[in-house]
Design a protein around this ligand. Structure first.
Ligand SMILES: [Zn+2]
Length: 142
């Protein structure tokens, strides 16, 4: 299942060039062409799904497993990586820009300039009651 207008489906189908570093029947991993740091890799399902919640369990697990292997490979490589982030933007509000589910594997090092900003209120954590209510709400939909 592919989407003819999707840039990632075009990479899967080799319609546009990419630097593929891993491929099997479920997933493909390639270098991000606009890396946050050198060695920034995207791991994607070979079928087109917009959101990670649409991806079946086997493929989602394979995405993470491949990300682990790439993480280990980067740590052994010459790429500067004091740490790595796995990042998955699911939905426009979460900064997803390509609507083919993808997991970022981003090499990190101190003072690399990539930052997280926390919202107002982050340092005022919710009450136990609020946490309990949120947990209950999520659990009833699992
Ligand atoms: Zn696609």
């Amino acid at each position: 299942m592919k989407n003819k207008d999707c840039v990632f489906c075009k990479i899967i189908n080799k319609k546009i060039p990419s630097y593929i570093i891993f491929e099997d029947k479920l997933v493909i991993a390639f270098l991000d062409i606009q890396p946050i740091n050198n060695g920034h890799v995207l791991i994607i399902p070979k079928n087109h799904y917009a959101l990670i919640s649409d991806v079946d369990d086997t493929v989602a697990a394979r995405m993470f497993n491949v990300a682990q292997k790439i993480n280990a490979a980067i740590r052994k490589s010459n790429i500067k990586a004091e740490g790595l982030n796995f990042w998955l933007a699911d939905g426009e509000a979460a900064f997803q820009t390509v609507f083919h589910a993808h997991l970022h594997c981003i090499p990190r090092f101190r003072d690399d300039g990539f930052k997280l900003l926390f919202p107002d209120g982050f340092h005022n954590p919710p009450t136990q009651e609020q946490l309990s209510s949120v947990a209950t709400d999520i659990k009833k939909h699992l």
